[in-house]
Write a protein that binds this ligand. Structure first.
Ligand code: GLU
Ligand code: ZN
Length: 487
């Protein structure tokens, strides 16, 4: 491939399962490389395996890519639309003597493979039909059904320079005359991938290193079709914490599961970009930074371990920086969050505080609910100090009542909804509470502990009392303080 050719890369998932996070990492490296070099990121659905491909998986893959913001720059390609073309190209290669019809049955092929294994040889197709078409004898014994095989060179080596691993060579004698079209008419991956990468004018094939052994077969087909080859980059595997290939057994693999857990798409991408790639010791990246810094020189060759705790930490860090209005939209769309009784401004201010503490979006609804419902949430006051040391209780209640009266007066006088709107923010409420404590001879903690429980509805709220009192609708605060006073 001419190095000045425009960069055109593709993500080519097979819709035989939910989008795997390993697939997302492959898509991401393609996406970053394209964006960095002003190229195009394309998506092709590899659905030739009609038995295992399902529409629900295609839908899931496309929805997840959209969620992740990795949009394809040209219309999608579906391999299932292209059967006639594959057949035509295979026939053409037969007529050029570069592929041939193989009439062997599956049982015959298997029997020879077993025999070879017994003899301690590498099991391969015995190339029984390789010269048949040229002998003009046609099909043996009137057999009708045939597969189409590549007439792979018997000698020499096939080599390519991998962008990550450098030179890789395969002795041709180790490689089979692989099947291009099965006897049931279904074309194989190694064949269609080349036809389609050529049709899409792919400049760089970036994929998992489980495909390294397929590459020489594909190179043969490029040469057979007299086409120039793309560059190849084979990415290291993602491993579970047990150092085995990441699978459902050693980790969650479905992308949508991470969405449902409350991960941000950019946090998942940030985590995945570091699986096999580094930029100094930087751990946190925005999408723009990933695009800016991504390169193949810093992609490692060895497998990268998927560490769920690190993902959680990265998500927490991204959450802190995420706009609260966007989080509210996610809560409504993905977490059925619905509190029309309070204003979005109030909810967003709550989120401003809570997002500093939580690691997952799914933690927010529970914490928000008790702050949004009108009325007094049910609380368990058994652990309150005033129930353990009741002498002080009456005095504390008097102090709380005094605060409540004073604030009610201010809100009523200004005909406003919150203390904040009356100019009483965090600092002012802090001062006011301390004054009342002094007046009643109390410690601040004695006074705030019961109030915090009743006003937030939670024993350990992620929003401080002084942050909450000014912004919560005052009539709600009042109802909650009354519940506290009655307890
Ligand atoms: N459908 C193949 C896969 O999912 C694509 C491999 C490739 O990128 O060539 O593994
Ligand atoms: Zn054969």
């Amino acid at each position: 491939m001419n190095s000045s050719a425009p960069v055109r890369v593709r993500f080519a998932p097979s819709p035989t399962g939910w989008l795997h996070v390993g697939g997302v990492r492959t898509a991401l490296f393609n996406f970053l490389y394209a964006k960095k070099l002003g190229g195009k990121f394309l998506v092709r659905i590899e659905d030739t395996d009609t038995e295992r491909s399902e529409k629900q998986y295609t839908d899931d893959i496309l929805a997840s890519l959209k969620w992740l913001g990795m949009n394809h720059d040209e219309p999608l390609m579906y391999q299932s639309d292209r059967g006639a073309l594959y057949q035509q190209i295979a026939d053409d290669l037969i007529s050029k003597g570069l592929a041939y019809r193989c009439y062997c049955t599956a049982e015959e092929v298997e029997a020879t493979r077993e025999q070879m294994m017994k003899e301690g040889k590498k099991p391969m197709y015995a190339r029984t039909c390789r010269e048949l078409n040229h002998s003009a004898s046609g099909s043996p014994e009137g057999r009708k059904s045939f597969a189409i095989r590549a007439k792979f060179p018997l000698h020499g080596t096939t080599s390519f320079t991998d962008m990550i691993r450098g030179e890789i060579s395969f002795p041709n004698e180790d490689l089979d005359d692989f099947v291009m079209i099965r006897s049931n008419g279904v074309p194989t991956y190694n064949f269609v991938v080349v036809v389609d990468d050529l049709a899409m004018q792919i400049s760089h094939v970036i994929r998992g290193d489980d495909h390294i052994n397929n590459t020489p077969k594909q190179i043969y087909l490029y040469e057979a079709m007299n086409a120039s080859k793309p560059l190849f980059a084979h990415l290291p595997m993602i491993l579970g914490e047990d150092k085995k290939k990441l699978s459902k057994r050693n980790g969650e693999t479905s992308t949508n599961a991470y969405r449902k857990e409350g991960y941000l798409p950019e946090a998942l991408l940030n985590f995945l970009v570091r699986l096999g790639w580094s930029h100094g010791d930087q751990e946190l990246f925005s999408i723009e930074e990933m695009i800016q810094y991504f390169d193949f020189e810093h992609v490692q060759v060895t497998g990268a371990v998927f560490n769920p705790e690190k993902l959680l930490w990265i998500n927490g860090e991204h959450l802190k920086k995420t706009d609260s209005e966007r989080l509210l939209t996610i809560l409504k769309e993905d977490f059925a969050f619905n509190h029309p009784e309070v204003s979005s401004v109030y909810v967003c201010t709550l989120i401003d505080h809570l997002k500093q503490k939580v690691k997952l979006i799914k933690e927010l609804p529970d914490q928000l609910n008790s702050l949004c419902v009108a009325g007094a949430p049910e609380v368990n006051g058994a652990d309150l100090k005033w129930n353990k040391v009741p002498e002080q209780k009456a005095k504390i209640k008097e102090a709380i009542q005094a605060l409540s009266n004073e604030c009610s007066g201010i809100v009523a006088k200004n005909s406003k909804t919150t203390l904040q709107e009356c100019g009483i923010g965090h600092t002012e409420i802090d001062t006011k509470l301390r004054e009342i404590c002094t007046q009643f001879g109390l410690k601040l903690g004695e006074f705030t502990q019961p109030m915090r429980l009743y006003v937030t509805g939670q024993p350990n709220s992620n929003i401080g009392l002084f942050d909450l009192l000014p912004i919560m609708p005052w009539n709600t605060v009042k109802i909650r303080i009354d519940a506290c006073l009655k307890s």
